[in-house]
Design a protein around this ligand. Structure first.
Ligand code: SF4
Ligand code: F3S
Length: 357
């Protein structure tokens, strides 16, 4: 039987072509596509069937699913019901027990080599810690990974081990990449990840039929190419050497840089400062909380979180934040002096010209 296209599914649900194009526009913006690629996205949604997805959960808190169902661009109901065909999800499937298990086995047969496997949570390295329906987590993961077209590692637990791997890591928790080497894996780290990043990755797979461009760690470059620090709304204060010294001082009220309160934005790669959360409303730093680097490997053991770090680690500088302030003041003083000198020189030259005239 011919699979319905995404567009046909949208129309069937009572939406108009205008709604469909609005969804495509939002997706194009999320992916950062240019005009010609946007046309390609619309054409793909008009002609291609929905992407079959199996969503597994291992050692996690379900925060990634919670984040995903709050996606706003496009709305989750569109993503779940129109762009993908969610064949199995322990959180979102209506079926449960033997019925759900039977449905999952059927999907493996019907969509072999076609489905995308989304994984949330880390896998215990030591057998016996996580067993669902009598199957060990590692066994279930390997069985599902076998016929998958691609695997999306959703969240920091699946991508790096995450909170379950925190010292002393009682279950021997490991990232999913420790168990599978022969499949393309896209890492979407974050605790939780930004929902629109996941929808963007899915849209890319449908539109271009291939993996998005990844960085050296396996993260999609479209969403993980910048540090939080590069696009931070408090960056001007950092450059000016203006730092909040405590969470309730005048600097904090003025929105100064949170580096001295432990901000890890200079070493964290994620899209929070550009895409923001909850429909673009805000993100931790904008709300007054330093970035704890939740999308970076090992962040859970990289505390204490709200203590100033001695150096500013970045490719450009390793200087002390106080020196940033002094450097900024010095640069300002040099700038003022240069401006004053230039003004005097110009005035003298104007005076000379008037005398000659
Ligand atoms: Fe923003 Fe943190 Fe960088 Fe300050 S240190 S500019 S708060 S990312
Ligand atoms: Fe996480 Fe930092 Fe973003 S804590 S949510 S990567 S601002």
């Amino acid at each position: 039987m011919k699979k319905k296209t995404v567009y046909e599914t949208v129309l069937e649900k009572g939406f108009t072509r205008r709604d469909f194009l609005k969804m495509c526009t939002a997706l194009s913006a999320t992916l950062g596509l240019d005009f010609s690629q946007s046309d390609q996205l619309v054409a793909a949604m008009e002609t291609k069937g929905r992407l079959p997805v199996i969503w597994l959960q291992f050692q996690d808190c379900t925060g990634c699913s919670e984040s995903f169902i709050r996606s706003t661009h496009p709305k989750t109901e569109s993503v779940l019901l129109d762009m993908i065909s969610l064949e199995y999800s322990e959180v979102l499937s209506a079926a449960s027990g033997h019925q759900a298990e039977a449905a999952m086995k059927q999907v493996l047969k019907d969509y072999e080599g076609e489905y995308v496997l989304a994984v949330e949570g880390s896998i215990p390295g030591d057998a016996g810690y996580l067993t669902v329906a009598g199957h060990d987590a590692k066994e279930t993961f390997l069985e599902m990974a076998e016929g998958a077209k691609a695997i999306i590692s959703y969240g920091s637990c699946a991508s790096w081990g995450g909170i379950p791997a925190a010292y002393p890591n009682p279950t021997g928790a490991k990232p999913i990449t420790s168990f599978v080497q022969n499949k393309p894996v896209i890492l979407v780290p974050g605790c939780p990840p930004i929902a629109e990043v996941m929808t963007g990755v899915i849209a890319h797979l449908i539109t271009f039929g291939q993996m998005p461009e990844l960085d050296h760690l396996g993260r999609p470059k479209a969403f993980y190419r910048h540090r939080i620090h590069d696009k931070c709304n408090r960056r001007a204060y950092f450059d000016a050497g203006l730092f909040a010294e405590s969470f309730d001082d005048e600097g904090a009220k003025q929105g100064y840089c949170l580096y001295k309160l432990g901000c890890k934005g200079p070493t964290t790669y994620n899209s929070c400062a550009e895409m923001r959360w909850n429909g673009g409303v805000s993100y931790p730093i904008q709300s007054g909380n330093p970035c704890i680097g939740c999308s970076e490997n090992g962040f859970w053991d990289n505390g204490p979180f709200f203590v100033r770090r001695a150096k500013i680690p970045s490719s450009q500088t390793t200087i002390n934040p106080d020196q940033v302030g002094l450097a900024a003041m010095a640069a300002t003083a040099v700038g003022v002096a240069a401006h004053a000198t230039a003004t005097v020189i110009k005035k003298k030259s104007d005076d000379k010209r008037s005398e000659e005239e």
